[in-house]
Design a protein around this ligand. Structure first.
Ligand code: CUA
Length: 344
């Protein structure tokens, strides 16, 4: 089932055309349907959803049916006498029934929900999990892999496990500013992201593929542009990705002038490129910028045109974001873009 965030791509195209740049984010389907679970955790959540929905549907049909029956059967007819119908008071059996039945229903719903919550939320991640620290920022996501010494942004790469050899991911979530909410519906339940409290979320990715999610708690102007992109990859692709991310920023000799220009600008107070003097932490780590598919948390594609448009005028692509218009002249723009393009 494919549903969800197609409208984000549309909005993104609007923003991009405002910037007069052919840099729309992927228009392909972004499957964010919780009805298409890809982990044991989300399958359990879906089973629970169907159970609750089913019980509520039965109640709805019974109550609405009785209302419709009463409206039709007991509507006033021309021949009806004008005086009130006969009045009756109290019925022990009926009152007992409509007290006990809802209590039983509520207890059942509470128990199955509690069982689900304890299974998913209250269980520690299995030993050997891959730890990832997720930091929500206005308006992008930072992903840190403390066991691997990797820092990246907006695109979470995870190894796929198998039934025999699971590779659970244990996310520790916190915010650098306001409350966000991390939700990749096909992989895990929704988890709020607080500035003053760390929340934990773990799941077992098994099917390689790209999974999408969104910030699910309103956090300001660009809340709709906090796309989460999760790449679940097989063992070889995972090893290659880790090796590449652990390497310092490439130092292509051809981009030396671009690097000098970049390092001479205030870019370095917000961005890090490992192996250089750029060590800012307010913005996304750029060490392997070109290994990511999009810019601005999914707002535009990370192509040479997209990167150029972003550097030239980020505020028209993502109004209100912390990336300022650096007022680069065309030659600086070319040099900086040329350098960033080497950060693979
Ligand atoms: Cu972050 Cu909404």
């Amino acid at each position: 089932m494919s549903a969800g965030l197609g409208w984000i791509a549309d909005l993104t195209c609007l923003a991009a055309s405002a910037a007069e740049a052919p840099v729309c984010a992927p228009a392909g389907p972004m499957n964010t349907s919780m009805f298409d679970p890809a982990t044991e955790q989300t399958r359990l959540i879906l089973d629970l959803t169907w159970l609750v929905l089913g019980i509520c549907a039965v109640i709805f049909v019974i109550v609405e049916g009785l209302i419709l029956y009463a409206i039709v059967r007991y509507r006033r007819r021309a021949a009806d006498p004008v005086e009130d119908p006969s009045q009756c008071y109290g019925s022990g059996p009926i009152e007992l029934a409509w007290t006990v039945a809802p209590i039983v229903i509520v207890v059942v719903l509470t128990l199955v929900s509690a069982r689900g919550i304890f299974h998913i939320d209250r269980t520690d991640p299995p030993p050997g999990s891959l730890d990832v620290t997720v930091v929500g920022h206005r308006w992008w996501w930072e992903f840190r892999y403390p066991q691997l010494g990797i820092v990246t942004a907006n695109e979470l790469v995870l190894p796929a496990g198998t039934p025999d050899e699971p590779r659970p991911a244990a996310l520790a979530l916190r915010s650098a500013d306001v409350v966000h909410s991390f939700w990749v519906p096909r992989l895990a339940g929704k988890m709020d992201v607080f500035p003053d409290k760390e929340n934990l979320l773990w799941f077992d990715p098994v099917e390689p593929g790209t999974y999408f999610g969104q910030c699910a708690e309103y956090c300001g102007t660009q809340h709709a542009h906090m796309l989460i992109r999760v790449e679940v990859v097989g063992p070889d692709a995972w090893d290659a990705w880790v090796r590449n991310q652990q390497a310092p920023g490439p130092q292509a000799p051809a981009a030396a002038r671009g690097r000098e220009t970049f390092l001479s600008l205030s870019c370095v107070s917000c961005h890090t490129v490992a192996g250089t003097t750029a060590d800012g932490t307010f913005g996304p780590d750029l060490t392997h910028l070109m290994s990511r598919a999009t810019l601005g948390a999914g707002v535009i594609m990370n192509t040479p045109e997209g990167l150029g448009a972003w550097l030239a005028d980020p505020q028209s692509i993502k109004p209100g974001c912390d990336m300022p218009d650096m007022k680069l002249d065309p030659s600086q723009l070319d040099l900086v873009r040329g350098y960033l393009e080497t950060l693979k």
